[in-house]
Design a protein around this ligand. Structure first.
Ligand SMILES: [Zn+2]
Ligand SMILES: [Zn+2]
Length: 63
């Protein structure tokens, strides 16, 4: 299972798709203005969510 961790406070989150029960895969989306956004996507249904945030920052993904 993919685990996201906050470097600031140490909180961690397990990310999985509630529909498919599959662990989410870490990835990036590039926006029109060139900004990279960290995302988590489901390999089964190809659903995407923004990566969890903590302390106002994207949480780091630990593989
Ligand atoms: Zn935090
Ligand atoms: Zn899914």
């Amino acid at each position: 299972m993919e685990t996201y961790k906050c470097n600031n406070c140490g909180m961690s989150v397990n990310a999985s798709c509630a529909k498919c029960n599959d662990p989410l895969v870490n990835g990036y989306l590039t926006l029109d203005d060139g900004t990279k956004v960290q995302i988590s996507s489901c390999p089964s249904c190809e659903g995407k969510i923004k990566s969890p945030q903590c302390c106002g920052m994207d949480m780091n993904c630990e593989v």
